[in-house]
Design a protein around this ligand. Sequence first.
Ligand code: AMP
Length: 215
Amino acid sequence: MKLIILGPPGAGKGTQAQKICDDFNAVQISTGDILRAEVSNNTELGKKAQSYMDKGELVPDKIILGMMEKKLFGEEAPSGYILDGFPRTIPQAEGLTELYEEHKEELDAIILLDVDRQEIVRRLTARRVCKECNQVYNLEFMPPEEEGVCDECGGELIQRDDDKEETVLNRLDVYEEETSPLVDYYSKTGKLEKVDANGGPDEVYDNIKEVLESL
Ligand code: AMP
């Protein structure tokens, strides 16, 4: 199964992608996670990406498309995956469509997580991430057992710089401007599936599962 999970930051894309992977034998490919790993390994790509990421701006399309072509069509490309955080702009979506045509592959569906702006700000400013293993928590509805400590590995939980309120508002504006046009782009393919994502993680997943089982 080849899917895109689409929605504003804080819609729960990462959380839902993990659940889909467990049930549908796929791997999650998150451009945000790949870029953060490049930044912490201080690679050339990481150095280029960091200044954009710190401000909540998008990394240039050319850099992202080159990185994703290797991931999706290189020797180690997985057969089933969920793209999380990519594509994020119309040029990225067009670039991806060209790559699928070139490699004679096809997407199965684009899942759109539909959430209210107010709910997103509430969720994102309460998000904490493990510094060591990247496990995600939410102080409101998925808190760790011990404050500030990861349940999985004991690592320190931190707030990502881009989850601070001012940056969250900027990321939402960027989403409205650059990413929401993707909804129109993909609805024309007839493969866009809109899912109500205002509820808790399990409730949202039930909605997604229903869609995927009907494909
Ligand atoms: P995320 O974890 O998906 O919210 O991504 C964190 C940051 O990484 C974003 O605010 C962007 O700066 C950058 N980023 C992730 N994916 C992309 C993409 N597809 N295109 C451009 N920038 C991206």
